[in-house]
Design a protein around this ligand. Structure first.
Ligand code: NAP
Ligand code: ZN
Length: 348
């Protein structure tokens, strides 16, 4: 069946309305109507070719929330009308060591993890993401959105939420820990809320003071602006854990200096170009530099339920399909507060 979608056809192109084909759900698949899709900075890196050439035409969107329209004959876990979401991937082998460990994002089977867009689906067609009116997904890769979270503010949890929840959880954010979130955009504003809800003492490290009131409202007790001379120097040996969400190249040597002895800097930002690092910042202080990529399905459901239990969600600006091009420029200019979410009812 046909879906209406917004696609881009080159790194310098603009998004335009189009139609794409969605398969009827197979026995274990679910077709759902997309209500909202978040714009992640990864969509922008991909669409603009900053991570290498993408597969065009490209329909991005991996923060997708909606309502089940149709289920396959053997679908046991979802029913028509359920509130569901899909994140960065829609399939994996299900059998390799990583899949069995609940880390489907690192699938080592044939074909590996199938990304929600830019990959190849079970029907052999290129996968197309949430900037579309409906999508067909294998039930094991669908998430259940708790009733208390509106779909528009739930969508960004499917990437921004899990990408910050997973490293905060894994690296022990909690009472007695001083945690810094570097960059307060889509990922960062979720990171602040999640770290605070986990009981940590949270600091925001942003470029400017323009988001300070919001940062404190999200749960930070400290706020620092790198545009102010000497900020990072004054934070030497301050944090147990830092999560870097910055989408551009920044000075990792100076960031590492802000860690306590034995502290960890976990990077989730993925800028276009490689970074440089002076290794004495790592060695002097037994510091840890780590990475983290989204999270598996079980952990994503755990994060959604955690958000429901703690009354957390994204702060969003809802836009229409025709606003996507403009929204991309505003995200790159750090003007988004704090996630653009596309309302697919504007596609008709
Ligand atoms: P975003 O909404 O654009 O936020 C990025 C933030 O970085 C901005 O709000 C800004 O924060 C800061 N920033 C931007 N340019 C900067 C510069 N030149 N110097 C210093 N700070 C700058 O992006 P996002 O959607 O949160 O994504 C952030 C990064 O994470 C992207 O690279 C994305 O691809 C990556 N990502 C990774 C994963 C993963 O699994 N690891 C998942 C999703 C996204 P302030 O205004 O507060 O300074
Ligand atoms: Zn993302």
């Amino acid at each position: 069946m046909q879906a209406i979608a917004y696609a881009i056809d080159s790194p310098t192109g603009r998004f335009a309305r189009t139609t794409i084909e969605r398969r009827d759900p197979g026995p274990t698949e679910v077709l759902f109507d997309v209500a909202f899709a978040g714009i992640c900075h990864s969509d922008i890196h991909t669409a603009r070719g900053e991570w290498g050439r993408a597969n065009y035409p490209l329909v991005p969107g991996h923060e997708v929330a909606g309502i089940v329209r149709q289920v396959g004959s053997q679908v046991s876990r979802f029913a028509v009308g359920d509130r569901v979401g899909v994140g960065c991937f829609v399939d994996s082998c299900g059998e390799c060591e990583q899949c069995r460990a609940g880390q489907e994002q690192f699938c080592e089977g044939d074909g590996g993890t199938v990304w929600t867009y830019g990959g190849v689906g079970r029907d052999g067609l290129p996968t197309a993401g949430g900037y579309s009116t409906c999508i067909t997904v294998e039930q094991d890769y669908l998430l259940r959105i708790p009733d208390s979270i509106e779909l528009a503010v739930a969508a960004p949890l499917l990437c921004a939420g899990i990408t910050t929840y997973s490293p905060l959880h894994r690296w022990g954010a909690g009472p007695g820990k001083r945690v810094a979130i570097v960059g307060m955009g889509g990922l960062g504003h979720m990171g602040v809320q999640l770290a605070a809800a986990m009981g940590a003492e949270v600091a925001v490290i942003s470029q400017t003071r323009s988001k300070e009131t919001d940062g404190r409202r999200f749960g930070a007790s400290e706020y620092y602006a790198t545009s102010e001379e000497g900020t990072l120097r004054s934070l030497r040996r301050s944090f147990d854990l830092m999560i870097n969400t910055v989408s551009a190249g920044i000075d990792f040597t100076r960031l590492l200096g802000c860690l306590k002895v034995g502290g960890a800097l976990v990077d989730v930002g993925l800028p276009e170009h490689p970074i440089q690092l002076r290794l004495n910042a790592l060695i002097g202080g037994n510091r840890i530099l780590a990475g983290s990529q989204i999270g598996g399905i079980a952990e994503t459901q755990e994060m959604l339920d955690f958000c429901a239990d703690h009354g957390l969600a994204a702060q969003v600006e809802i836009i229409g399909g025709e606003d996507i091009n403009d929204a991309y420029d505003k995200v790159v200019a750090s003007q988004v507060r704090y996630r653009y979410v596309i309302d697919t009812s504007t596609f008709a």
